[in-house]
Design a protein around this ligand. Structure first.
Ligand code: PLP
Length: 442
């Protein structure tokens, strides 16, 4: 693999041609919006393959990858153990519409690893998991209202595609055409790291709030850490007001610790949603909690939720391989030291360039964001102050030099165990150059 494109303009043809074809038959040319590079401009590359820390495009360029499929690849692309598990699984069929031992084993493992989970239901995506968790929370509390955090992402179900109305702790407004205003109005949007706004929501809507749903570490507004005591305050408030606490751990689950953010921060939610790492790159999601709560789901209870491909044997085999690897050879010390090295090296570049007042690094474990803003970043309002045009220039400078970052400011960079120290050093060096380009000081 070539380390760096010899000429950034040469050989862009295959991706360009594919993108032109794609746009004729797929909206925006992609299967998910962020992939189109809409927020950084330019055209996306099309992927030919990926292995370890590297992703290769249709024009034979190789990049050090920090997108990592937005989270599943804790061990990099296609680690040997995962490939072996999938090879074995595919020989036995791809889907049955009947239960397998694989699902039982994966459910047992999830319940062992995630502190608040006794029972789990497998679905095919994170979106499905949060959608079903919301239905279960509403059924269990016989209440309709959800509270979500501004800038939090929980997939594309109507109830979560909601933005803050004017003022905090008020009725949500539809975040997309097609979301009925009546549905959006049932979601209250509050700022992250602000327990008082949740308290106000409980006062404004007494006995109406079924659940507060949040990412315990916000990772979809860029990485924003929970303030000391925030998660515990939400635990107390929800208990006091008879609402459920739902942790969306689709990103943080199995990434920050074997038991996710709830283990790391020592706060137990009522329901947890999982995805991404759980499937190692195959489509899977899950939601789980206490037995008493989960047994309300059909067929043991009345709350309906189903799926043709739920518990898919390939996805579940991938999940067993991922959780088996995590159990057998926990990657967290290595992820922490590699991510810490990257953060330290980036901070040194920022200091060397005298840019500490222009950019802010946030990190927890292997999740990291470089905000183009002075910081501190404690919620979405502060994240949004970032200079996204400079981020776009930075993104393109990095990409031209063989480093693939998320094509949007408000996404996490994902470090894997496959990233080598040499690659992390190179990333920081190139980031220094790219910062100079982005700020026009080179
Ligand atoms: C990715 C993500 C989802 C949605 O998962 P999909 O598999 O894309 O449907 C939900 N919640 C969080 C926190 C996510 O990062």
């Amino acid at each position: 693999m070539r380390k760096r494109p010899r000429n950034p303009e040469r050989g862009i043809k295959n991706s360009a041609r594919l993108f032109a074809r794609a746009q004729r038959v797929m909206p925006g040319g992609v299967s998910s919006p962020v992939r189109s590079f809409a927020s950084v401009g330019g055209e996306p590359f099309f992927v030919a393959g990926a292995r370890g820390s590297r992703i290769r495009d249709a024009d034979r360029r190789s990049y050090i990858d920090y997108v990592m499929s937005y989270g599943p690849h804790l061990f990099g692309h296609l680690p040997a153990f995962l490939r072996r598990a999938l090879d074995r699984a595919v020989r036995k069929g791809t889907s049955y519409g009947a239960p397998t031992e694989l699902e039982v084993r994966l459910a047992e493992r999830v319940a062992r690893m995630v502190p608040s989970v006794e029972m789990v239901r497998f679905v095919s995506s994170g979106t499905e998991a949060t959608m079903a968790a919301a239905r279960l929370a509403r059924a269990a509390t016989r209440r309709k209202r959800l509270v979500k955090v501004e800038g939090g992402y929980h997939g594309h179900a109507d109830s979560f595609l909601v933005s803050a109305g004017s003022g905090v702790a008020t009725l949500g407004i539809a975040g997309s055409p097609g979301v009925p205003e009546e549905v959006a109005a049932l979601t209250t949007v509050v700022p992250y790291n602000d327990p008082d706004s949740v308290e106000r929501a409980f006062q404004r809507f007494p006995d109406e709030i079924a659940a507060i749903v949040l990412e315990p570490v916000a990772a979809n507004m860029g990485v924003v850490l929970p303030a000391e005591g925030y998660l515990r305050a939400l635990r107390e408030l929800t208990r006091r007001h008879g609402a459920l606490l739902v942790f969306d751990e689709v990103i943080t689950g199995f990434r920050l610790a074997p038991g996710g953010a709830q283990e790391l921060f020592g706060v137990s939610p009522d329901l947890t949603t999982l995805g991404k790492v759980l499937g190692g790159g195959l489509p899977i999601g899950a939601y789980g909690g206490a037995r008493e709560l989960m047994q309300r789901m059909a067929p043991s209870g009345p709350v309906y939720q189903a799926g043709t491909l739920s518990g898919n044997p390939l996805a579940v085999s991938a999940g067993l391989a991922m959780l088996g690897e995590i159990g057998g050879r926990p990657p967290y010390a290595e992820l922490e030291s590699k991510s810490n090295l990257l953060e330290t090296l980036l901070a040194a570049e920022i200091a060397r360039l005298g840019m500490a007042a222009r950019v802010t690094l946030t990190r927890v474990g292997s999740l990291l964001t470089l905000f183009f803003s002075p910081g501190p970043i404690r919620d979405f309002a502060e994240a949004k102050r970032s200079d996204t045009r400079r981020y776009a220039a930075f993104f393109h400078a990095m990409r031209e030099r063989g480093i693939f970052l998320p094509p949007a400011q408000f996404e996490a960079w994902f470090v894997s165990t496959a990233h080598t120290e040499a690659e992390l050093r190179r990333t920081a060096r190139v980031a220094g150059e790219s910062l100079e380009i982005a700020f026009g000081t080179s």
